[in-house]
Design a protein around this ligand. Structure first.
Ligand SMILES: [Zn+2]
Length: 454
């Protein structure tokens, strides 16, 4: 009989490995533990019988257990030999399957945390759509939605870096990296780090009304304090509706002197265009300013119809797309409280109404979004997404009007999206594309929250 044996226990959850391969909880010097010890000692039971067994005290932290066994054997007929044997059991640490599973997060080496700290995360939504469109998610191994954004996990540092540069190409972002030690091998002095890149997306989204602090406005070339955000991609494009002057704010410039939105599209008021007059003001500069056409419009609030005859004339930049009779959405500063005083506005009286965009006519018939056949999973995913989110385009109008639909329409839309995404998920599940499926799940969640927010 061997005097030394090995025992195995999980170093994480401290459970003991039974000879059968299962793990059980057993206290030090308990009967259960004694049972496990005896099972792993070979040679008991055949002709050698066990009369008694007990533990010999060892230091609780020592990796050794000592078991005193009283064995008896019938040497000759009627002659029983008794012997006391001390067996030493060495405790070997390993990791049980459950603990291994809970540590699978160690399979990623790099993560990218994308955050947009604003009331609505439309830029983030747009980014997701772009990620799908440009297949920037192919190296992704895991995606977790969080309260303020999304966490992307990569197995390689290089893939994470590629992803960060992709984001930089499409949005005004800043990032910082941090790394923490996961494991360290003292023998060959190797270190394993996990790198996390925090990417902060500028909180300003398209159609927001932004406030430029005095110094920022001066640095950007003497702009008025209130501007509209025409476009939010790799740079911000701002327009002053009063002068139709456009300015592009590069990412570096923005983060040097960040500014904030003071009003977001959920606070838009609907007006109707009663009259329109082209203005001969100079066109704004900048590439995206082609659609910017200064004009003066006479508008009336839709809510005032039938109550009063209040109308007002404002300057705006939507001359190229507005016509008499159109519905137009704008920030009504007469009723909106921006939380700023005259001083901050620099004595320049802001416009009474900042017209933002034309309201699209409501669709008469709802189209059911159905996955396109024969175009592959990715394009299908992208098409589902494109109907989820509002694309950031200047010329072409979004397929789904963003904020200007009836609530019941929106609910229907949300339900349809959900159904389409779920159909896609089943399809994905069948083909075993787990990664994409988890991606879709995350989008489903985000899509839902997006719908609710609106
Ligand atoms: Zn364990």
């Amino acid at each position: 009989m061997s005097r030394t044996r090995g025992m195995h226990r999980c170093g994480t959850c401290r459970r003991w490995l039974r000879p059968g391969g299962t793990y059980t909880v057993a206290e030090n010097e308990s009967r259960e533990l004694l049972g496990i010890c005896l099972k792993s000692i070979k040679g008991i039971g055949k002709d050698v019988q066990l009369a008694n067994a007990s533990f010999i005290w060892t230091e609780p932290h020592s990796k050794e257990l000592k078991v005193k066994l009283e064995l008896q054997q019938e040497a000759l007929v009627g002659v029983v030999v008794r012997q006391t044997v001390i067996v030493e059991l060495r405790v070997n640490n390993l990791q049980c399957d459950e603990c291994k599973k809970s540590y699978t997060k160690h399979t990623w080496d790099s993560s990218v945390q994308v955050r947009q700290r604003s009331e609505h995360r439309r830029t983030l939504m747009m980014l997701e759509q772009l990620i799908l469109k440009h297949k920037a998610h192919t190296k992704l191994i895991q995606l977790t939605p969080t309260k303020e954004g999304l966490d992307f996990f990569f197995s390689k540092e290089r893939d994470a870096q590629d992803f960060v540069s992709f984001l930089k190409n499409w949005a005004v972002v800043k990032h910082h990296e941090s790394k923490h030690l996961v494991s360290h091998n003292a023998q060959n002095t190797t270190y394993r780090f996990k790198r996390t890149t925090c990417v902060e997306v500028c909180p300003i989204c398209r159609d927001d009304l932004v406030f430029l602090p005095k110094k920022t406005a001066q640095a950007l070339g003497g702009l008025p304090p209130l501007m509209l955000c025409l476009k939010a991609s790799s740079q911000l494009c701002l327009v002053d509706p009063a002068s139709s002057r456009c300015v592009e704010v590069a990412s570096a410039e923005y983060w040097r002197k960040p500014f904030q939105s003071v009003s977001i599209p959920s606070k838009l008021t609907e007006f109707i265009v009663l009259d329109i007059e082209e203005s001969d003001l100079a066109r704004g500069r900048g590439g995206s300013a082609a659609s910017v056409q200064p004009c003066e419009v006479e508008i009336a609030r839709i809510a005032d119809f039938g109550h009063n005859d209040e109308r007002l004339t404002v300057r705006c930049h939507l001359g190229a797309i507005l016509h008499v009779g159109d519905s137009v959405l704008g920030y009504d500063l007469r009723s909106l409280h921006l939380g700023m005083d005259e001083d901050e506005l620099g004595g320049v009286p802001p416009l009474e109404v900042y017209l933002v965009k034309k309201k699209r006519p409501e669709r008469t018939k709802k189209k059911k979004p159905h996955p396109k056949r024969g175009k592959g999973v990715l394009s299908t995913a992208a098409s589902v997404q494109s109907s989820f989110l509002e694309p950031d385009r200047e010329d072409k109008q979004p397929t789904m009007p963003a904020e200007d639909e009836h609530p019941e329409d929106m609910e229907d839309e949300a339900a349809e999206m959900k159904a389409a995404a779920e159909a896609l998920l089943t399809q994905l599940g069948a083909s075993g594309t787990f990664r994409l499926a988890s991606l879709c799940h995350a989008w489903l969640d985000l899509g839902a929250s997006f719908q609710i927010r609106r």
